[in-house]
Design a protein around this ligand. Sequence first.
Ligand SMILES: Cc1cc2nc3c(=O)[nH]c(=O)nc-3n(C[C@H](O)[C@H](O)[C@H](O)COP(=O)(O)OP(=O)(O)OC[C@H]3O[C@@H](n4cnc5c(N)ncnc54)[C@H](O)[C@@H]3O)c2cc1C
Ligand SMILES: NC(=O)c1ccc[n+]([C@@H]2O[C@H](COP(=O)([O-])OP(=O)(O)OC[C@H]3O[C@@H](n4cnc5c(N)ncnc54)[C@H](O)[C@@H]3O)[C@@H](O)[C@H]2O)c1
Length: 474
Amino acid sequence: MIDGEGVFDVIVIGAGPVGETAAKRAVRGGLTAAVVEERLAGGECAYYACIPSKALLRPMELAHEVERLPGLELRGPIDTAAVLARRDQAVSGLDDAGQVSWIENLPATFVRGRGRLAGPLSVEVTTPDGGTRTLRARHAVVLATGSDPLIPAVPGLREAEPWTNREATAVQQVPKRLVVIGGGAVACEMSQALHSLGAQETTMLVRDRRLLSRMEPFAGDLLAESLRRSGIDVRFGASPARVERPLPDGPVTVHLEDGSRVEADEILVATGRRVGVGDIGLDTIGLEGEGPIDVDASMRATAVPEGWLYAVGDVNGLDLLTHMGKYQARICGDVIAARAQGLPDDLPALRDVADHLGAPQVIFTDPQVCAVGRTESQARAEGFPVRVVEVDLAGVPGAYLQADDYTGRVKMIVDEDRRVLLGVTLAGPAVLDHLHAATIAVTSQIPLDRLWHAVPVFPSVSEFWLHLLEEYGL
Ligand SMILES: Cc1cc2nc3c(=O)[nH]c(=O)nc-3n(C[C@H](O)[C@H](O)[C@H](O)COP(=O)(O)OP(=O)(O)OC[C@H]3O[C@@H](n4cnc5c(N)ncnc54)[C@H](O)[C@@H]3O)c2cc1C
Ligand SMILES: NC(=O)c1ccc[n+]([C@@H]2O[C@H](COP(=O)([O-])OP(=O)(O)OC[C@H]3O[C@@H](n4cnc5c(N)ncnc54)[C@H](O)[C@@H]3O)[C@@H](O)[C@H]2O)c1
């Protein structure tokens, strides 16, 4: 809704899931908003990350479920063409018309083009036809510019035109031989998805000694076992020294630091992200640097004393997860609206708490890996009086009824002084929906003596709570 030529209460740069949410909340709070997007409204998440990756993983998950149950059998291999067609549907054929209408119906003004700060409260947009347009904000500019794949400086790697998450999630032809650099979320999910869809030789080159090295060690170990069982070659302590691809469409060879080499048809780089602060005009407001934008608990950029600049989602580097970015965006949009209208801006719902407790996260592999709060090593490093309790999920009737040879584990970290949970990690088939109960317990700091009265149903997987609490001594 424009109420002056190019003048809005709030301007959001970046229409990923996070920028869209910030605009929605600001408009709900009675403000006018413009949303500037250079590529596709919906962002990385909708087209090249969360949505397509989960569409590609779901058939693998179901196939594994069937394999684990005697009496059931798949009629044939996974129909890759059908899976890719369903993925195409899930990403709306890379057409953002629906997302643009959603933004316009907020109502907010959608501006296609590259946004760049042009001094305080001012945004210059380079439109697709090469023209420029200047927008002014009365109250706030929100940076929601996300992140881009990071390609490490390995000689020959960039020249080999590696796949990033974008090409991997948009795959049309699954390579027969795939080599993946990385052992984090993207590497694990995409290796398993592409292997299940036809990559016959999949090699993961993991620099660390474990997969998912920021999570509890048992989770990465269970996942590595599962990946290896399905035929993926997971190599630890494997660092690429140089990469060669003599012909653009020919095979690629990765030479490792230990002198060995891997040849493949395609190479996927999954080594983290670079936050989206490049060429967005930070210099025009006296900021510099390549790193995330530091924010306070109301999502306001701490380096801008006048307080008109906010940063939400991947670009602030707090937690590179869609649900966390959208949570930040709800706070941000509401705070901007409150401040613009002189309303209280310090209500409990208007401050970021969750990012500092340990964000909930699910790795959608088989086994699924789910975590919230602190790991044991984080809790110990922070000086908490820690007690750890672990339970084998195979001993929980609700779990072993699900499948033969059910393999899974759960670990809880207790603050012994307060007898509350600091963190929970669980890994196993189809456990992701159990994470929210753990998130509630960790976030709400429910005393274990109270949690004891939340009786889990028999025979459900959620009885692991009972097993944990009994093991603890209740
Ligand atoms: C393969 C993969 C799978 C993932 N799976 C999950 C998952 O299952 N669950 C989960 O929670 N998270 C997942 N993530 C992380 C998630 O994708 C990100 O945390 C999320 O996309 C961040 O949202 P955002 O809006 O901050 O940024 P983005 O989604 O990156 O959107 C930013 C938008 O800003 C636009 N933009 C940037 N600069 C400008 C500019 N100057 N002017 C105009 N527009 C601009 C971009 O074009 C983009 O559309 C995954 C990531 C990857 C790579
Ligand atoms: N299901 C999910 O929630 C999900 C799925 C995918 C991605 N994501 C998010 O997207 C972000 C990016 O994921 P990602 O997997 O790219 O990053 P990551 O930070 O999770 O993992 C990066 C991996 O690359 C390795 N690495 C880094 N630099 C390297 C180098 N120079 N050489 C060799 N190895 C190197 C690291 O050791 C690590 O194993 C993550 O923060 C994650 O939260 C979330």
